[in-house]
Design a protein around this ligand. Sequence first.
Ligand SMILES: Cc1ncc(C[n+]2csc(CCOP(=O)(O)OP(=O)(O)O)c2C)c(N)n1
Ligand SMILES: [Mg+2]
Length: 574
Amino acid sequence: MAQKSLKVESVAEAYLALLAERGVEYLFANAGTDFAPIVEALAKADAIGSPAPKPMIAVHENLAMSMAHGYAMVSGKVPAVMVHVSVGTANAICGALNAARESVPILFTAGRTPLTEEGLAGARDAYIHWGQEMYDQAGMLREVVKWDYELRNAEQLETVVDRALAIARSEPCGPVYLTLPREVLAAPLAELRYQQPARRVAAASPRADEAALAEAAKILAAAENPLILTTSAGRDPAALEALAALAEGFAIPVVQFSPRHLSLPCDHPMQLGFNPTPLVAEADAVLVLESDVPWIPSRVSPPAHARVIHVGLDPLFQRYPIRGFLCDVAIPARVSGALDELAHLLESRCDKRRIERRRARVAERHAVLHGQWQALRDSVRGARPIHPAWLSHCIEEIKGDGAIVVNEYTLMQEHCGFRRAGSYFGSSSASGLGWGLGAALGAKLAAPERLVIATLGDGAYLFANPVAGHHAARLHGLPILTIVFNNAMWNAVRRATLGMYPEGAAAKSNHPAFIHLEALPAFEAVCASAGGYGERVEDPAELPAALVRALDAVTHERRQALLNVICQAPGGAI
Ligand SMILES: Cc1ncc(C[n+]2csc(CCOP(=O)(O)OP(=O)(O)O)c2C)c(N)n1
Ligand SMILES: [Mg+2]
């Protein structure tokens, strides 16, 4: 435990130095007049070589948040984001919602309009300094973040920064929000004194309660048809192996519903796909691992006699207003540890013959399911417009095991397999569109040696503010491959309409409102305009070669690339 000190001239310098000392490597930012002391402090840090996070410009706040999100989810470190007062915060909230629901730790900060009208250094000196002030700037997002506060003076700096980071890093992790008034940042300060390492650390993750685990083991051992459902077990990298071992050892099938992380390798014998509906209906015990929505109750629910166990860092998802999934045992725990202990408990309780009978049944289902997927791929490989299953399969063929894929909606995982922990990331359950492009850039920043692919719908791409995204890729030297599944529509809106009104007027209309996206710009030219490689692909036979060309630009020329793949939207008439 050491008391350290650093010569500084302002609170802003001390603040930035402390962030760097606490391991915050990057400050993703979109600036305004509130940034003057930060700009000054960064220039000084640069000139004299004092510690500071690396500044990363993003020309839209949603991009800054998405880049920070992608960086945090791949690196496991906490990034800082800073935006311009009330208005910048407003633009960033969609990104904060995404990060909050995915438990992604971000130190989200914003300037405050100068509080004083004259007198102090940093006091108001521009027209906007009145209109941008709010009574409660943090009120806009208090429901979203885990904690918010305003830095009021230099004396509290270390406590405030350490508390912000400790709360962001304590499970379930998530964004915290700190406002930084201009006068406070500009205030003179001669020395930063701080403890290194920090004396206010994050809370350790919870370990499963023994009695609750024993109850869970009893339920699973007694079941004929147990089922594991997960969305994000793989957020804990050790969970992939633990889940693979438990599922295989006790022949329990696994469905990854709406996965945001890879939780089980695609070729695992217990991998039964991505649709829980048929299996939930037959299960007599369900083990839900890190899943906010394990099934859709209006479609299916476990039979009344089935017992349901939920395991996760917050198995009740306490920040969700309503969530009524049946739950007989709820175990707050890191999934990998809980699964290891559960496997140990099951070892002595299970009936080996029953397990082997089940293994044979699951193998049959596995073969049928994988056969159906293969048959679909075979039937659509020549389809024009290109079928998303064929595109997904072609991506699997080129990506290699080391790639990171960031998917906003459109990649079909049954046709594009993943094996390694941390190789797949899906969009947040908050589903704030416009995340994928920025998140892929942040992932590349965290893992520059790995191939990073963003798979996006045409809608998701447009929401991402593509000019800003391609600019960031070029400016920060982040050569990613973006693949747009361009069906020229918001198919999600179409599917929702057909689902509610299968025989309705919209289903019969040639041109229902708010579904088709006509007159789309040439996405490949948008990427090319930022120095990237761009290509439009319409011919399914040409797709593998186009992917190789794009990959070559990314890996050999170290240029970003985009394939604008003209796709069909399967399922439904309009
Ligand atoms: C910020 C935001 N606005 C609107 C929506 C509603 N929404 C969900 S999916 C979707 C369409 C996505 O289009 P695209 O990416 O092209 O995928 P597709 O539905 O065509 O497969 C929309 C508009 C949203 N999720 N987030
Ligand atoms: Mg679309």
